[in-house]
Design a binder for this molecule. Sequence first.
Ligand SMILES: Cc1cc2nc3c(=O)[nH]c(=O)nc-3n(C[C@H](O)[C@H](O)[C@H](O)COP(=O)(O)O)c2cc1C
Length: 188
Amino acid sequence: MKKKIVVAITGASGAIYARLLLMQLQKLSSQIAEVGIVMSKNAQDVWVYELDSKDYFDFPFTYYDKHDFMAPFASGSARYDTMVIVPCSMGTLGRIAAGMSDDLITRAADVILKERRKLILVARDTPLNLIHIRNMKTVTEAGGIICPATPSFYSKPITVEDVALTVVHRIVDLIGLEQESYRWSEDE
Ligand SMILES: Cc1cc2nc3c(=O)[nH]c(=O)nc-3n(C[C@H](O)[C@H](O)[C@H](O)COP(=O)(O)O)c2cc1C
């Protein structure tokens, strides 16, 4: 079955993760039925600041306003498989943990959890306070996956993009898509 995926982008540092994930999803489009994108205002500001570009609207996917509760994935009946929040701010994490559902991002996350589908939060901040840790615990207990925006270095990445891809490849694995990527202990 081809996957229906929501990608939410929030205002944590790491817009590069969102851009590279969208590029990877474009490459894997034969495995995907639908990608819906929703961004917070801060996500747009951080993207422009960090990537010196406004190319967040350049992907061949469907974009939804953050306040559009008529979006398909605002309802469980639309049967989206997976939602990725990348990067996920501590503010958005906290609103999801509290069940706020006050915009399309937190409503869609709430729906994914209640439908027992896959919610992947690429949480980004450091260091963490106890509130962040408790919120991560709450979301994990509700069935969500905390996938910290923490790169690995055992594949010996060289460029900033290579480093960021170590996180993006893990996200794509978690979504359940087949991709070619570095795998520990496999021949290169
Ligand atoms: C350049 C920049 C970097 C930021 N980085 C982070 C971050 O890494 N983690 C975080 O939780 N918030 C970060 N913030 C703050 C969030 O953008 C802010 O808390 C915002 O309210 C989050 O709202 P949103 O989740 O709706 O996008 C950053 C803000 C700016 C301007």
